[in-house]
Design a binder for this molecule. Structure first.
Ligand code: NI
Ligand code: MN
Length: 226
């Protein structure tokens, strides 16, 4: 069993009925966030990279829940310096956790904290939870190794940025879907700020046109993956 809740931007909560894993928990200062950081219940926090719109409320959520941050080494060590428990990993590595596993993938982007300090390489993450593989692309441009990612792990749900400017736009994100070949696609990283304004329904239509399924989730909406 897997339930996915979209918290807007690139933030999602994955729940298997026992464990909760939150990805890129940017809530405070996010005008589209449907909940506050203090009401988040999470056992693990997976971070794609160190930018403020992904790191977000990580220290508060980690401390409130005694949650473990899972991130690439440099970012994980930074989280430790902010008082969080963390599990350092790196790109290409997979590790088994009580809920399943996490494997980090490449992402073509940057990664620094709000002070400009280097936070290691940006990443995507393949999270196995509730018997499903969820591929959260992080912030990235399009790259052809996405085909390899989809070949090495059958992807049930892909979370792909579509907002352009900092990441792929719709045109490139549709190609990313074609390369990864997931069962279901959830668009992310759009309409949070004016510079990443786009139409998620157009993305859904363009994905349908290549024979794949995408869903435009409302902020706070929960879906169950069967
Ligand atoms: Ni970023
Ligand atoms: Mn971002």
């Amino acid at each position: 069993m897997l339930k996915i809740q979209y918290l807007s931007h690139s933030a999602f909560i994955l729940r298997d009925g026992i464990y909760s894993v939150i990805i890129d928990p940017f809530l405070t200062g996010n005008p589209t966030a449907p909940m506050k950081a203090e009401s988040v219940k999470a056992d693990y926090i997976v971070l794609s990279h160190g930018h403020g719109d992904h790191f977000g409320d990580t220290p508060q959520i980690a401390k409130n829940n005694d949650a473990t941050v899972i991130a690439v080494n440099e970012l994980a060590l930074y989280c430790q310096s902010r008082g969080c428990k963390s599990h350092p990993m790196h790109i290409g590595g997979r590790y088994n956790f009580p809920f399943g596993s996490v494997k980090f993938t490449i992402a073509h982007h940057g990664s620094s904290n709000n002070d400009g300090r280097y936070m290691g390489e940006p990443a995507g993450a393949i999270i196995n939870i509730g018997g499903k593989n969820v591929y959260h692309c992080g912030d990235t441009g399009l790259f052809s190794d996405m085909k390899l990612i989809g070949e090495m792990d059958k992807i049930d749900v892909m979370m792909v940025p579509i907002g352009g400017n900092f990441t792929m736009d719709i045109h490139d994100a549709v190609k990313a879907v074609e390369l990864v070949n997931p069962d279901l696609v959830l668009p992310m990283h759009y309409n949070t700020f004016p510079v990443i304004t786009t139409d998620p329904d157009q993305f859904v239509r363009e994905v349908a046109a290549i024979g794949k399924k995408a869903l435009h989730l409302e902020y706070g909406e929960i879906i169950e993956i069967l």
